[in-house]
Design a protein around this ligand. Structure first.
Ligand code: COA
Length: 176
């Protein structure tokens, strides 16, 4: 008869909150981003969604509008989700907020090269902060904020791809 093994229950020495930062331009937030936030909450105790500056992009929505749209997506999760913006280096922000990880969503192989570059540069600057990649849900792998804005700009229907309030804001932006 096989010897029965007994295992000591795993006890964490130090119960500390695991905080992740989820950065992006969020112009606007999409169902794909929300999917990544929800997946992150399965792993981390808290997620800080950060609108970070990408100098290569000019945004359609103001920073205030983007912050509000994100906040309105998670009204019931105040304790575990916060929304913020950051001007400087993302890793410095993450470190100051006590985050141990930066979460990034991957949709397709084409995302990988850019994400690889960002992650390695971030690690070079601050080795205490790891980058964690999560696969976006299959339903959302073809969407991006730009493609959604393009559809809305031409009067197309974006419902189901962004939350209802974002859909309405897009409609108003492009109303002639
Ligand atoms: N579902 C749907 N779309 C997604 C997605 C998902 N899960 N994940 C990413 N996307 C889309 C976004 O909508 C965005 O679309 P767009 O290009 O049409 O706007 C695109 O993929 C990727 O953008 P995003 O995730 O918003 O990142 P970004 O490339 O705009 O921003 C930063 C990258 C902000 C994280 C980076 O510039 C940064 O860290 N800036 C701070 C300054 C800094 O530290 N610089 C040094 C970096 S090493």
């Amino acid at each position: 008869m096989a010897e029965e093994k007994s295992y000591e229950p795993f006890v964490q020495d130090k119960v500390s909150e695991k905080i992740a930062v989820y950065p992006g331009t969020f112009d606007p937030i999409t169902m794909g981003h929300i999917d990544i936030v929800n997946r992150s909450l399965e792993i981390f105790d808290k997620v800080i969604i950060v609108i970070a500056i990408n100098p290569t992009k000019s945004a359609l929505f103001s920073l205030e509008d983007r912050l509000q749209m994100i906040q309105d997506c998670f009204p019931a999760d105040e304790k575990r989700i916060s929304v913020d913006h950051a001007d400087g280096l993302l890793v410095d922000y993450a470190y100051k907020r006590g985050a141990t990880a930066i979460v990034r969503g991957l949709r397709a192989v084409s995302d990988f090269e850019y994400e690889f570059q960002l992650a390695l540069m971030n690690r070079r600057i601050e080795k205490e902060v790891e980058t964690v990649f999560l696969m976006t849900g299959l339903r959302w792998i073809y969407i991006s904020s730009s493609i959604i804005k393009d559809v809305a700009r031409h009067g197309g229907d974006t419902s189901g791809l962004v939350p209802d309030h974002v859909c309405e804001n897009l409609r108003q932006k492009f109303m002639t």
